[in-house]
Design a binder for this molecule. Structure first.
Ligand code: 13P
Length: 342
């Protein structure tokens, strides 16, 4: 393992106010999003959509790394150029989702455990050879009556740490993603308490598995009330609760925190990230960045609709959202920037 190389890559992923573009939807997830818009669920449709993303002009101004899926990292542009080369040529670091999905946790109704550790060492070796320099593993923590259980939190944290250690051995920066879901009627305070507990458990496990914290990126949820909670929170309340929780649980040696969007609308995700950076940026030990999938891609996907004639407009929408989130990282995002779509 070359620790310095991993540490440098982690730093690069969160430097220059850039962030990550998650385009690593599994085939079933991608198909689900296509179905809603009447786009065919074929390998060629998924390839065309990913070509639209990786060839969007100027994306590298705001995006430091792109997370790919196993199918995508092996795909090519129509002209035969590998996506990995297109991305790298745009100044973007290629990454890869390596978990194999969240499955039911035995004995724990309503809870999930993320799988994918078997054979991971060999898969990481192959992905490194293909050009990937970082990886992603997502654990999902559902909130509800008597859940999450301690056993669910511990099992997922342990898997995340085993994954992270294997990544660093292979020369890849692990993106460590423990996601406390937004679904449910829980309050902001409950989300904060659970997120803190999850993060503390994850960092304990990372320490136990000898993961170099300077060579990871944390990808957490923002602290939010559940979608059906009767008391929704203001932007400032979300920013305060999120930063307070992270300060309690995330060591200062971690170079960056790149939030997932988790189903927030694209604008809300930008507004909330911006508020955190406006209020706290100068006082925090880590960079506060983004690693959004839906909150960057959704407008572009809706414009594209599977039609070649919509590609340019869709690429503009993608560029715009990436630019808005770079502004949010700087604490400079506002409604004028949001409306200026040219
Ligand atoms: P969302 O931003 O759509 O939540 O996706 C982030 C991600 O990578 C989920 O694993």
């Amino acid at each position: 393992m070359n620790s310095q190389q991993i540490i440098n890559t982690a730093k690069m992923l969160v430097s220059n106010d850039k962030g990550l573009l998650a385009m690593d939807e599994s085939n079933p997830t991608c198909n689900k999003r296509f179905t809603k818009l009447g786009i065919p669920q074929t390998e060629e449709a998924r390839r065309s959509y990913r070509e639209l993303i990786v060839t969007a002009p100027g994306l590298g101004e705001f995006i430091s790394g792109a997370i790919l899926y196993d199918e995508t990292i092996r795909q090519f542009k129509k002209d035969g150029t590998m996506f990995v080369k297109v991305i790298t040529d745009a100044g973007i670091i290629p990454g890869i989702k390596v978990d194999t999905g969240a499955k039911d946790l035995a004995g724990h109704p309503g809870e999930k455990i993320t799988e994918g550790l078997d054979g991971l060492r060999d898969r990481l070796k192959e992905y490194y050879q293909m050009g990937a320099r970082f990886a992603k593993w997502r654990a999902v923590i559902a909130v509800g009556d008597c859940i999450p259980s301690q056993s669910c939190i511990e099992a997922n944290a342990h898997a995340l740490a085993r994954y992270a250690s294997l990544c660093q051995e292979a020369g890849l920066v692990p993106i460590v993603e423990p996601e406390v879901l937004m679904d449910g009627g829980h309050t902001l305070e409950q989300c904060s308490e659970i997120t803190e507990k999850v993060l503390r458990t994850v960092f304990n496990q990372l320490y136990t598995q000898r993961v170099i914290l300077e060579g990871i990126i944390l990808k957490p949820n923002m602290v939010l009330p559940g979608l059906t909670c009767s008391k929704q929170a203001t932007v400032d309340e979300v920013a305060d609760a999120t930063v307070k929780c992270l300060l309690r649980a995330v060591p200062a040696s971690v170079p960056g925190i790149a939030f997932l969007s988790g189903g927030q609308t694209p604008e809300l995700a930008s507004v909330r990230l911006n508020a955190m950076n406006v209020k706290f940026r100068s006082r925090l030990p880590w960079e506060m960045a983004f690693s959004f999938a839906r909150a960057i891609q959704q407008p572009a996907l809706e414009i594209w609709q599977g039609e070649e004639s919509n590609v340019l407009e869709a690429q503009k929408a993608l560029y715009h959202r990436a630019m808005c989130n770079r502004s949010a990282r700087r604490g400079e995002y506002n409604s004028l920037i949001e409306r200026n779509k040219t």
